[in-house]
Design a binder for this molecule. Structure first.
Ligand SMILES: *[C@@H]1O[C@H](CO)[C@@H](O)[C@H](O)[C@H]1NC(C)=O
Ligand SMILES: *[C@@H]1O[C@H](CO)[C@@H](O)[C@H](O)[C@H]1NC(C)=O
Length: 223
């Protein structure tokens, strides 16, 4: 199975969440998938000093930063040809909400990067599965009103889901939010959209890793 993986930079606060990107790649490798990595060739919304947790004022490019995670083997998202792939995966991280769309500032009123939108539309129209984790399901919620996704729980159960209000924003977009734990994925069979909450849940890293594994497994089954 040939799978495209779309990155949003490198680092949880301004790019792709590194552990999620890596988990997705490990599970794709175990599943025997042939993977190509893409990212939009655009400037990052901001650059965050991950030690201090504050913006640095620097300018960086999403494709160049994502190339770190891809070990240099990456292409401009504008060049992705859906006909060459069976599925697409979007790991999470704030970069998704800052660079692939404007969710971090605009919430449900966000705009979506044109290449991200056209990629999602193209896989969806070709009935090829789309896998998303963490905050990335908001991309599907924005582009495919009426779809079903999970970002974990819609209440901050035991303090494990501090961003539970994301679930209400998804419902306000006309989508169905399905509550799932970190170890589970939700499969929207009609839309072939597979989602799991990953770091939206304050869970041990191995549980997040395994949850992403269930998402990849379901995507490969549908591919
Ligand atoms: C979205 O837009 C509506 C209408 O303009 C506005 O009332 C609302 O505050 C906006 N929401 C966010 C999260 O920006
Ligand atoms: C995605 O692209 C389609 C087709 O160009 C457009 O109609 C739609 O409004 C776009 N969606 C978003 C969320 O930008």
């Amino acid at each position: 199975k040939r799978v495209a993986l779309v990155l949003a930079g490198c680092g949880v606060f301004d790019g792709s969440e590194i552990h999620e990107a890596s988990a997705a790649l490990v599970h794709l490798s175990r599943g025997g998938a042939e993977v190509k990595i893409f990212a939009p060739n655009i400037e990052q919304r901001d650059v965050v000093d991950h030690l201090k947790g504050s913006p640095t004022g620097e300018k960086r490019n999403v494709l160049v930063e994502s190339a770190r995670l891809a070990r240099g083997n990456i292409q401009d998202l504008a060049e992705l040809k859906v006909s060459e792939f069976n599925a697409v995966i979007f790991p999470g991280g704030f970069g998704v909400a800052k660079n692939l769309c404007s969710w971090a500032v605009d919430g449900k009123n966000c705009t979506i990067n044109e290449h991200v939108n056209s990629t999602l539309q193209a896989f969806h129209s070709a009935k090829k599965p789309i896998g998303l984790c963490c905050i990335s399901p908001v991309l599907a919620a924005k582009v495919f009103p009426g779809c079903e996704v999970t970002v974990g729980q819609d209440k901050n159960v035991d303090g494990r889901f501090p961003d539970a209000e994301t679930a209400s924003a998804i419902a306000e977009l006309g989508c169905k939010h399905v509550c799932k734990d970190v170890s589970e994925s939700h499969v929207d069979k009609a839309n072939k959209i597979v989602t799991t909450c990953a770091f939206m849940c304050k869970a041990p890293l191995h549980e997040i890793f395994d949850g992403i594994g269930t998402m990849i497994e379901e995507v490969l089954k549908l591919a």
